[in-house]
Write a new protein. Structure first.
Length: 39
């Protein structure tokens, strides 16, 4: 029972973190590419 509750609490956090990372990548990738091309 405890492990199930832990999983239910832990999985959404991981999903949110992965979504945040994807969002950051989408935001920073164009800037990074532009900077790389300028160099």
């Amino acid at each position: 029972m405890k492990t199930q509750i832990f999983k239910e609490r832990y999985i959404p956090n991981v999903h949110a973190i992965s979504l945040l990372l994807m969002l950051l990548l989408c935001l920073w990738l164009p800037l990074g590419l532009r900077f790389f091309l300028i160099l």
